[in-house]
Design a protein around this ligand. Structure first.
Ligand SMILES: [Zn+2]
Length: 261
């Protein structure tokens, strides 16, 4: 484990520059559909995201760089009844997203960041071997992490173990179909994912946690653009194990997992 410094001046400058980027993008795209970012409160058009699978329409806030999944996460967080107590709660934020880290640090009473090896976090730890004491955190957030971990059930066991009674884990994964497909090896063309999670993936959460509540894009106001616009009918050849899916508008799902009191 390694203790590291908090946000640098360089990161603060980057945040200010991004805000200017939002203003510029709005000025240059007066005819694009306008949205509202629930994270940074920017109002205006969103940018398409360039993926190997093609363009994801209206995916990114040009002001804070938040993507669809960050917005659905933030909207979910704001809807939780525990929201009123965040200032008294301790949070372990695994693989912290730069768009969210500082905001969560301000929101929670005690904030700790961790990652396997990324620079700038408080602890370098492996989710399948968490060195923290039992019942030491009120909340754990790890978004788009478990699809990289072969021993995900062991990671879930550790996440639950370090949560206090009544604790919460928010563990988003990219849900790409109905059924989960395990890959024989990590796919370098899919950011080394070891599986393609389906909606059935959350059964692995219910095996550990007393209750799992799922928040979906369709529950939130469309002005926040919470959907993923992506053609999943025909993946590129490098993504051959991903299941196909019809339609181009897909829900993102935010699973909120509770530990029994
Ligand atoms: Zn934003």
């Amino acid at each position: 484990m390694k203790k590291q410094a908090h946000k640098s001046i360089k990161a603060r400058v980057r945040t200010v520059l991004k805000r200017f980027r939002g203003v510029g993008f709005k000025a240059l795209n007066p005819s694009r559909k306008r949205y509202e970012c629930p994270i940074c409160q920017y109002q205006g058009p969103f940018q398409d995201a360039h993926d190997p699978t093609g363009l994801r329409k209206d995916a990114m806030c040009p002001s804070c760089s938040a993507l669809e999944r960050h917005r659905t996460f933030w909207l979910t967080l704001n809807d939780l009844p525990e929201r009123a107590r965040f200032c008294e709660m301790s949070l372990l934020h695994f693989a912290p997203e730069p768009e969210l880290g500082d905001r969560l640090r301000r929101l929670f009473g005690h904030y700790t960041s961790a990652d396997l090896d990324a620079p700038g976090v408080d602890y370098h730890v492996d989710l399948t071997k968490l060195p923290f004491e039992n019942e030491s955190y009120d909340m754990v957030i790890a978004s788009h992490v478990l699809e990289h971990i072969r021993e995900d059930r062991l990671a879930l066991h550790h996440i639950k173990r370090i949560l206090k009674p009544g604790g919460i884990a928010i563990l988003q994964v990219p849900v790409l179909g109905e059924k989960t497909v395990e890959y024989p090896e990590p796919n370098p063309k899919e950011w080394f994912h070891v599986r393609s999670p389906g909606e059935d993936y959350f059964h692995r959460y219910t095996a550990q946690f007393s209750r799992v509540e799922k928040f979906r894009s369709s529950q939130f106001d469309t002005r926040y653009q919470p959907y993923i616009y992506e053609n999943r009918a025909e993946w590129p050849a490098d993504y051959r194990l991903r299941p196909t899916l019809s339609g181009v508008r897909h829900d993102d799902i935010v699973p909120v997992c509770y530990v029994e009191r």
